[in-house]
Ligand binder design. Sequence first.
Ligand code: SAH
Ligand code: SF4
Length: 359
Amino acid sequence: MTINLLDFDQEKLAVFFAENGEKPFRAKQLLRWIHQFGENDFSRMSDLSKVLREKLGRLAVIEPPRLIQEQLSDDGTRKWLLDVGAGQGVETVFIPEGDRGTLCVSSQVGCALECSFCSTGRQGFNRNLSVAEIIGQLWWANKALGCTPRNERVISNVVLMGMGEPLLNFDSTVTALHLMLDDNAYGLSRRRVTVSTSGIIPAMDRLREQCPVALAVSLHAPNDALRDVLVPINKKYPLRELMAACLRYVEDAPRDFITFEYVMLDGVNDTPAHARELIALVKDVPCKFNLIPFNPFPQSQYRRSPAETIRRFGAILIEAGRVVTTRKTRGDDIDAACGQLAGKVQDKTRRTINIEVAA
Ligand code: SAH
Ligand code: SF4
């Protein structure tokens, strides 16, 4: 199989060079070409010797996933659909907001966890994305947004909140995170890269040891009975253990906190009593709340909580001394909002993507 250098972080690239009789420092040079200049043609890497360029061309490729479609929303949100083979696609969304630009990245094709309010969950699990397919999303977005080391950085934050559960694709996610943080690649600070998880406890502990980026935990319910229904993985990793894992995640870094995501579902999890129960649940955990108005999709059985209900719910948390943000829904017109990223991928049994619309 051909080696794809987009699958390698600096450490793996250095091993690759050493194995092929080249100096490991070449790894940094190559990373800059690939990730900062968006170059995937060895022959244009002008500060590498011609002999080395030709050798690399024989040994390896730099192959991002193929871009199928790019969409621009009225509010500036952009969405890219990338081909990941076998008629399937994954989506990446860029959300500009003042001086910040956040890229929302997918980690799997579909998701195995079947949260009842999530369209990715509905679609079922297909497969993990490779490192090249995860970092390839950043590679494409960076290129499309015209970023080079000489220009200002447009993508200031990355969130792994697209399709899939990143902590169930652990190794590829961590290698991609290394590239996001590497000064020779995307150079983001660890607090500006956020992994969102439904609460895979053992993997949260491993992430803390291997690459402690910011962590968002999809809570969505203040008690096990309700969370078992909304986020079924709760039956395996219930709230008491999840809170302990959250505490472990931040305990060595006093400035760190967990972001608890809470999708607002009308009449399901949005009453003042739920808010009070939530305060009691998280009492020991340094945390902030991010309330997410539910985004409907075809055949979803839930409704979005009214704005006033969300405001009241947030006010109770604020009164208890917590920081609360309410996520603005962006990119509605191009189906780019949270939980809508199933795009053209069809149901569990067919799981195919309609490439015709995209071509
Ligand atoms: N699997 C990970 C990350 C991807 S989902 C996780 O669950 O955390 C990113 C966020 O979008 C999660 O908080 C998820 O609960 C939320 N989400 C999923 N479907 C949604 C919907 N229909 N409306 C609003 N938020 C949704
Ligand atoms: Fe998977 Fe996250 Fe959707 Fe749950 S919310 S089904 S974990 S992508």
